[in-house]
Design a protein. Sequence first.
Length: 236
Amino acid sequence: MAYSEKHKVIISCGFEFDVFVWNPYISGPIMTLDGHEHPLIGVNCLPNLDCFITADSKGMVKLWNILDYSCVQTFYVTNANEVKCIRAVPKHRRLICGARNFTVFQYTRPFIPDYTDDKTVCRALFSEKRLEIFVAGEKSIKVWDARSGKPIRVIKNVFTTEITQMIFDEDHRKLVVGSHQGELKIYDLQSGVMILELEEHNAADGEISFIGYGGGDHTIISCGWDRTIKVHMDEQ
């Protein structure tokens, strides 16, 4: 059982497969949530966040939005025959799952369900060839399926500073990315791996303000705040 001080609701679970949400002033549950397929072993509310976590004995863990009670994410505790308990540690942004051994999951940022990213989105591109949306926020790029609206993958830690520009190559197989410190990298969109690092602009004042792809001649044009224009060759 867990209590959300912020939203004034109680979430309970037991050997049933369903999660019950209660108003402390009403005798019956106000919401029943299904989705688990085995007996539930724990529920945790995350203080100051609009979500809570449930887990069952076979290692299925679900993250729920406490505002509309929708399931936001499902993941599994692997290599565990029977999970006995879970405990969220908000201070260290960790979820600890107890079975024969402990399994620790770490989340990097608080969950904000109304936004695409927890940081400012600086660039977004739509690929009509891949039917995917690429959203750059701070140092990472999130890829979304344009048909379902669901996230597909994340390219993390592209640079040590913020992403400022990005563009597809002619076939939408590669992504050219520029940074606040004038760095330029090319990523393979199928694997998410960096395949080429281009000559950078001045790190002190060379923030990338424009990237253009030359098409058939495979040239890449970059402009920076250092007042220079550079022409690179996409050699791969």
